[in-house]
Design a protein around this ligand. Structure first.
Ligand SMILES: [Zn+2]
Length: 343
């Protein structure tokens, strides 16, 4: 199900800027165009009823009032504006509608009600991305986390969302706030792209583990969060906190695509598990069966390799701004959806 990602080229930062500028210019010229047509073509607007028949808020068959016509006309017009978003790592361009006030309100409601719980917000975000895609066959679940984050940053950019982030400095205790620069985030995030890569971990007795790591598909991550959600409910507060910590390690485990073990005494004796083909439960059982140092060794373990290759570069992009009062480096991450969407 993974899209081919090998032909991805490290993108020139200027190119992203150019694409964004093009989009902005397009939006502006469309706005100008809309203004003109509403001034000159008022009659055309009110006679275009055949198109409105498909809309859900249609009033009684007999006579549509002027008020319902204008509501429908607005809905129709808003639904027709789409902006292409380039996903170079997947080799595709997808058109997205703007986020409506209604959708923004719904998302903020989910964030508020769930206290921005990562699992619930993740599933809400996946649904929103698919709803906004013009092509109804497009499903972000077929693509990776890398493309999902790119889509979110692009959506922020095209919807002119530059959320304000608030945090308290751990060193001087001052309250800080700053605006996310989504264009800069997008540019820097795009540069962190890394295709799948393989690393080898050797253990005593000449036994070798070959691990292939890479960006997980959104389908897999969603499946993980749905399981997580089931376990999360009805837990005590300390348990919830430990699950929050645990989920970060489990999230990283999804970057493991396959693992092979080669026996030292017989190199032809290779056992491979393609983790992508397994269910969430089966993946957990395979990982649980591995020697703990293969997973957790600070230098060579699977987790530390995934952190070095994939997590650290992204963390640098999404780091909180350093404290403007004392200069202390901030370790927190701009990562949750309410930060992203300004909810
Ligand atoms: Zn400070």
């Amino acid at each position: 199900m993974q899209p081919p990602i090998s032909h991805y080229k490290d993108e020139d930062p200027g190119q992203t800027q150019a694409i964004l500028n093009q989009e902005l210019e397009k939006e502006v010229s469309e706005l100008k165009h809309q203004k003109k047509t509403t001034e000159q073509g008022k009659e055309e607007e009110s006679t275009s009823t055949p198109e409105l028949k498909v809309l859900p808020v249609k009033k009684s068959e007999a006579k549509a009032t002027n008020a319902s016509n204008i509501v429908n006309a607005f809905r129709q017009k808003m639904a027709n504006v789409a902006t292409p978003i380039d996903l170079p790592s997947a080799g595709i361009t997808v058109e997205f509608k703007e986020i409506s006030t209604h959708e923004q309100k719904e998302l903020s409601k989910v964030a508020l009600q769930s206290n921005s719980r990562a699992d619930i917000m993740y599933c809400a975000m996946i649904s929103l991305i698919n709803e906004l895609a013009v092509d109804k066959k497009f499903d972000i679940r077929d693509y990776t986390e890398f493309e999902r984050i790119q889509v979110i940053l692009n959506l922020q950019q095209m919807n002119k969302m530059n959320p304000e982030i608030k945090y308290t400095c751990s060193q001087c205790g001052k309250e800080n706030s700053y605006r996310l620069d989504t264009m800069k985030l997008l540019r820097n995030f795009t540069k962190t792209y890394k295709p799948d890569n393989e690393f080898i971990i050797e253990t005593g007795g000449g036994r070798k583990f070959n691990v292939v790591a890479g960006w997980p598909s959104c389908r897999l991550v969603e499946e993980f969060f749905k399981h997580y959600f089931k376990r999360y409910d009805n837990q005590s507060k300390p348990m919830k906190e430990s699950m929050d910590n645990m989920s970060q390690i489990e999230y990283m485990l999804m970057f493991m695509k396959s693992i092979s073990v080669v026996d030292g005494s017989d190199p032809s004796d290779v056992l491979t598990a393609n983790l992508e083909d397994l269910t969430y439960g089966e993946r957990c059982q395979i990982v649980d069966s591995l020697p703990q140092n293969i997973m957790f060794d600070e230098d060579t373990g699977v987790i530390s390799q995934i952190i070095k290759s994939y997590i650290e570069p992204i963390n640098k992009v999404f780091k909180y701004a350093d404290c403007p009062f004392c200069g202390a480096e901030q370790e927190g991450q701009v990562a949750n959806l309410s930060d992203f969407m300004g909810g």
